[in-house]
Design a binder for this molecule. Structure first.
Ligand SMILES: Nc1ncnc2c1ncn2[C@@H]1O[C@H](COP(=O)(O)OP(=O)(O)OP(=O)(O)O)[C@@H](O)[C@H]1O
Ligand SMILES: [Mg+2]
Length: 384
């Protein structure tokens, strides 16, 4: 199942989004054009749907309230709206449609509440809120049905899909020093502090299978790395990963994750998440810390590791190298263009000039990335 279409109104720096999405989708645009904000739409739905996420109220509160979420460029119409279509493939008709409209109470606690919540299955509407009960008891509209197990039995599949959304922006230092820092870990662990616990939680069989695959990739990508193993520290019981590097002293070659390089850790996290994903994986700038040779392989690695008809990956990137892969289709790239009225998103191939450039044989990176450069960027060279 994948998110095949997204429609949004007044979310952060977007007044309006209306795009089709594919199994693998790259998000490309200047800094602060809203790539992370778009990924956050799916994290928001995940936070609503997860029992430990605290539902709608907490999902909004964690983001600073409706006033932070609503697009500053929004004028007359203050409602925030999100609609997603889930389908078996990008071409298939939607199996599920979920739509949500959000407002804020104008008085009292100024709580966020639902203007509406709709669910369709195979084209038939199975939920249409507000229901008469909602109108009689307004407090009911402060919770979605998506977050309530006792009322969403007919669309559990939808709830599970959202619950399984994963976001990855692994910060090597946080993983490496997770025990020492003991800082607050965010619920969805976006920065990979709890990565080792995630590895430890899988069954031994799955863990072995995944680590064997990752080891194969790492032995190619990381010079001298020969073997990867999962261990538990005998004294503390804490999970660790260790790798054996070829070394002139044969027994001295084992190192633990705190000694792995930034790139090794990020690649490990990336590969693990790809192997784990059977819903929607949100990847922030996977090119960071990685050698260009590896970056040039990421796009095809993602397709190969996406199991057929399962799992979707949305990738924000600034890397031309990542986008030089000839296998990337112009439909797989969304171009973010900031304007005074909010950022506009277009499918790269729908832009006539990009289409011509792609047809003339340029790679997506060559055809699209120059468009994401700020117009006056040359002035930075005068900056002292
Ligand atoms: N409610 C809002 N209304 C308008 N703009 C907003 C709102 N909330 C956030 N923004 C703007 O969104 C921008 C940040 O967008 P985001 O972090 O998604 O960018 P990005 O494309 O991921 O950039 P980068 O490539 O630097 O990571 C900021 O400029 C911020 O001012
Ligand atoms: Mg970003």
């Amino acid at each position: 199942m994948i998110v095949s279409h997204l429609t949004v109104k007044n979310w952060r720096n977007f007044q309006h989004i209306d795009v089709d999405l594919r199994e693998r989708q790259f998000l490309v645009g200047p800094n602060a054009s809203g790539k992370s904000n778009l990924l956050d739409i799916f994290r928001f739905l995940r936070d609503i749907a997860r029992p430990e996420g605290g539902g709608l109220q907490k999902a909004v509160k964690n983001r600073g309230g409706i006033s932070k979420l609503r697009c500053l460029a929004a004028r007359r119409d203050p409602e925030i709206a999100i609609e997603v279509h889930l389908a078996s493939t990008a071409e298939a008709p939607p199996t599920w449609r979920y739509a949500l409209g959000l407002k804020q109470e104008t008085r009292g606690y100024r709580q966020p509440y639902l203007a509406y919540e709709h669910v369709w299955k195979d084209g038939v509407q199975i939920l249409n809120r507000p229901l008469p009960e909602d109108t009689h008891d307004h407090d009911r509209l402060t919770q979605t049905f998506l977050e309530q197990i006792n009322v969403n039995v007919e669309f559990r599949e939808l709830m599970r899909f959202f619950q399984d959304v994963t976001y990855l922006h692994l910060v090597p230092q946080l993983l490496r020093f997770a025990d020492t820092i003991q800082g607050r870990m965010l619920e969805d662990d976006p920065f990979g502090q709890g990565f080792l616990d995630r590895v430890a939680k899988t069954t031994e069989k799955t863990r072995k299978a995944r680590l064997t695959k990752i080891q194969q990739a790492l032995t190619i990508a990381v010079p001298q790395l020969q073997q990867l193993a999962f261990i538990r520290d005998e004294a503390t019981g804490r999970p660790h990963l260790q790798a054996r590097y070829s070394h002139w002293r044969p027994l001295a070659g084992w190192q633990r994750e705190e000694q792995f390089s930034d790139g090794t850790l990020r690649l490990l996290g990336l590969l693990w998440s790809l192997l784990e994903n059977d819903s929607l994986l949100l990847l922030e700038e996977p090119e960071l810390s990685l050698n260009n040779g590896i970056v040039s392989q990421i796009a095809s690695l993602i397709s190969r590791m996406q199991r057929p008809h399962r799992g979707q990956v949305l990738i924000s990137t600034h890397s031309e190298t990542l986008l030089t892969d000839q296998g990337i289709d112009g439909r797989e790239v969304l171009l973010f263009t900031p304007t005074e009225e909010g950022t506009q998103i277009t499918v790269a191939v729908d832009n006539a000039e990009v289409k011509t450039l792609l047809e003339s044989g340029l790679t997506v990176g060559e055809a699209v990335l120059p468009r994401t450069r700020p117009a006056d960027i040359g002035q930075l060279s005068l900056f002292k």
